[in-house]
Ligand binder design. Structure first.
Ligand code: DUC
Ligand code: ZN
Ligand code: ZN
Length: 467
């Protein structure tokens, strides 16, 4: 009888710490042996000439999230996790949004119903707190943290989502007591509201003014304030989707002072700029996300943040809307001002190839840093380590086999998400995740989807390793 279900043979294996040449023996969905001459298996996957990495964990994606009147997100769990696995991911963490006036627990139950039986990758949910009532803070949230929802996001901007400083402090107090990890969207709400009204009144309504109305100052100020609130509350904080040097430096300074402040950046801040919002007519709407892409120095700062460990995670912030669709970006609700363009861009399938190509192949980061910021650190931050995020005996066999030489022009067609475009169309990529296994099951083989939807499971999570 074969010792293993599968052996991945002859690859160059990298973790966040090491690179070694070995075979991987997989049994019952887990890594059972690392070594050579592992013997027989029901299936041998030849990985010679390939790089064998932990499957990507994307800890910042939005799927089927309520997005306001008449606007509908382009991805459900099936299409988002399909794109994720094609892009080398094995776990994604979307956000379960509490709508104002509604129960958090009810939102979680409804979100589970949407995911059930639909996923190609494993999934787990963060929460979004929009209405921190005494009932939510005193009862629902602590109970949900106990049940494995050990991280949640709060917003400093957006109608219907923004919490004021006092509310954030109240939420942080619960996070401290329950040991949940707080994630924060840091932009100054009043600056954005003031500039949006002003530009609109001046007739400046093109997508470009989305970026102008959300300047670096708005992000830097809110980042600094969020850090102060976390310091006062004595809680760790993950500042998500950091776009520029000033916000990055706020996080660096806080870390140098010994605070547990962590940062995340995303592909749009490495390869897009605000000039992309300048497209003909409404084309720029394809790049409208928040915070917006900035300038070349901001891109450089985000690279430095990744290189120097100021950012511990690199996520997609996949937040997909169709472009040419009345429920999407082109003319939301028949209106043409940037104010109404839904914020967010797709990226769950493109995230890993972009960082591999622009980062590893261009020598900006090494392969171990790549693994750390795309998988291992996500698992540690969000209570999935060591089950997920590494290649080690006993870990889930979540593995992406990369062809480091494969050249590919990024096109939307390749990514198989539910949107109708990719903001990264035409980007030349070197290196591609050709074969991906989720808990030992081949989901993508030589670039073709092979696994069935419903193979992905829901993951209840432990307390973050960062708290
Ligand atoms: N924040 C996100 O995290 N995603 C998309 C839009 C936003 O503002
Ligand atoms: Zn956000
Ligand atoms: Zn997001």
């Amino acid at each position: 009888m074969a010792m293993f279900d599968t052996i991945i043979r002859g690859g160059r294996v990298s973790t966040a710490a090491d690179t070694f040449l070995c075979d991987i023996g997989i049994r019952d969905g887990r890594i059972a042996a690392l070594g050579t001459d592992l013997g027989e298996a029901r299936e041998i996957i030849d990985a010679s000439g390939k790089w064998v990495l932990p499957g990507g964990i994307d800890s910042h994606v939005h799927i089927s999230q309520p997005s306001g009147d008449g606007i509908v997100m382009a991805d459900d769990f099936e299409s988002a996790t399909r794109s994720a696995v094609i892009g080398g991911n094995t776990t994604v963490l979307p956000f379960c949004l509490q709508e104002k006036g509604k129960s958090l627990r009810a939102a979680v139950e409804a979100y589970h119903a949407k995911a059930e039986g639909q996923c190609y990758t494993d999934v787990s949910f963060h929460l979004i707190l929009s209405d921190p009532t005494p009932q939510v803070l005193g009862q629902e949230l602590p109970a949900l943290v106990k049940d494995g929802y050990t991280s949640f996001k709060v917003f400093m901007t957006y109608e219907g989502l923004a919490l004021n400083d006092r509310q954030i402090l109240e939420v942080m107090e619960v996070a401290r007591d329950t040991r949940a990890l707080v994630m924060i969207h840091a932009e100054n709400y009043d600056i954005i509201r003031f500039l949006t009204d002003k530009f609109e009144a001046e007739g400046k309504i093109a997508p470009r003014f989305h970026a102008t109305s959300r300047p670096v100052i708005a992000e830097r100020e809110a980042t600094s304030r969020a850090i102060s609130l976390a310091e006062l509350s004595d809680v760790p904080l993950m500042v998500v989707h950091v776009s520029n040097r000033e916000a990055m430096e706020e996080i660096r300074r806080a870390r140098q002072r010994g605070l547990k402040i962590f940062g995340e950046t995303c592909p749009q801040y490495l390869v897009l700029t605000e000039n992309d919002l300048d497209g003909l007519n409404m084309e720029g709407a394809k790049y409208v996300c928040s915070p917006p892409p900035r300038d070349v120095d901001s891109q450089q700062a985000c690279w430095e943040g990744l290189q120097q460990g100021v950012f511990s995670v690199f996520s997609s912030d996949h937040c997909p809307f169709r472009y040419d669709d009345p429920q999407g970006k082109l003319t939301p609700k028949g209106r043409t001002s940037f104010r109404w363009v839904p914020n967010g861009i797709p990226g769950v399938g493109a995230r890993l190839p972009i960082l591999f190509s622009e980062g590893v192949m261009k020598g900006r980061i090494d392969i171990n840093q790549f693994v750390a910021v795309t998988a291992t650190n996500h698992a540690k931050a969000y209570g999935l380590y060591p089950r997920k995020g590494t290649i080690a005996v006993g870990a889930d066999a979540d593995i992406a086999i990369w062809d480091p030489e494969r050249r590919q022009t990024l096109t939307h067609d390749l990514l198989k998400d539910g949107s109708d475009y990719t903001p990264y169309e035409g980007l030349e990529i070197t290196g591609w995740p050709v074969t991906t296994l989720v808990r030992g099951k081949v989901m993508v083989r030589e670039g073709a989807l092979e696994g069935a939807k419903g193979s992905g499971s829901y993951l209840s999570r432990e307390i973050s390793a960062l708290v």
